[in-house]
Design a protein around this ligand. Structure first.
Ligand code: MG
Length: 227
């Protein structure tokens, strides 16, 4: 029986990806990096440093220096914070209600490194998440697609991979969760074709969180709903 659901944050709990992509695009343009907006959907989930190195390799044939990464990531994060309205993903609260209704624990596993995150999560999704049950950029050495973030999530949930589910929207996030051995539910909340997500081996795929909420009872090995 499943005991815990590990949620990715951007593009799953929040409709924040369009603003990440806008911020990355504007800053990449400013630094004359070779990019397309789709790159940022494909790279979603990996660290800011890894994203910047990918673009530097393509544009200049080398990694960015630590100073370049610090400056570019700082500007991107500042711009994102200015333009992101913090909108919850439609259907996310409904999914969380059902997680609570069958007595499972909800955790967040995100590559994001904002200190204010947990307060915001507690405000936006009351009763679902606790600080000590979160994995953020501060908890890991390797970002997604490495399995480490989701393995840490399992440790915080206190259960083996077989007793957990993951909800992810990004190809590299799905790869990370699958590599951690967890049954992964993909939600395609962005512009990438379903095939790009399916290639990473999720157990199920839904077109969005609303659809997952509607078909929640089709997830495998759920505990019985409490009345
Ligand atoms: Mg995501």
């Amino acid at each position: 029986m499943k005991k815990a659901v590990l949620f990715d944050m951007d593009g799953v709990l929040y409709n924040s990806m369009p603003f990440h992509v806008e911020a990355w695009s504007e800053i990449s343009g400013k630094y004359r990096l070779d990019y397309t907006p789709q790159d940022f959907y494909l790279l979603e989930g990996c660290t800011g440093d890894a994203t910047i190195d990918t673009l530097f390799q393509r544009t200049f044939g080398r990694d960015a220096t630590a100073e370049e990464k610090h400056k570019i990531y700082g500007e991107k994060a500042a711009l994102f914070n200015r333009i992101n309205p913090g909108e919850r993903m439609t259907g996310a609260e409904n999914v969380l209600e059902q997680v609570r209704a069958c007595g499972m624990e909800a955790l967040v596993v995100t590559g994001s490194g904002q200190h204010s995150l947990i307060n915001q999560l507690e405000k936006d999704f009351p009763g679902s998440f606790r600080k000590e049950k979160m994995v953020t950029a501060f908890d890991v050495r390797f970002g997604k697609p490495h399995p480490e973030p989701y393995l840490k999530g399992l440790a915080k949930a206190g259960c083996p991979a077989s007793e957990a589910l993951v909800v992810e929207n990004a190809p590299l996030g799905i790869r990370s969760a699958v590599a951690a051995g967890i049954f992964t539910v993909a939600v395609n909340t962005g512009p990438l074709p379903d095939a790009v997500l399916r290639e990473e081996g999720p157990g199920m795929l839904f077109p969005g969180m609303q659809d997952l909420a509607k078909h929640f009872d089709t997830l495998p090995d759920l505990p019985p709903f409490r009345v």
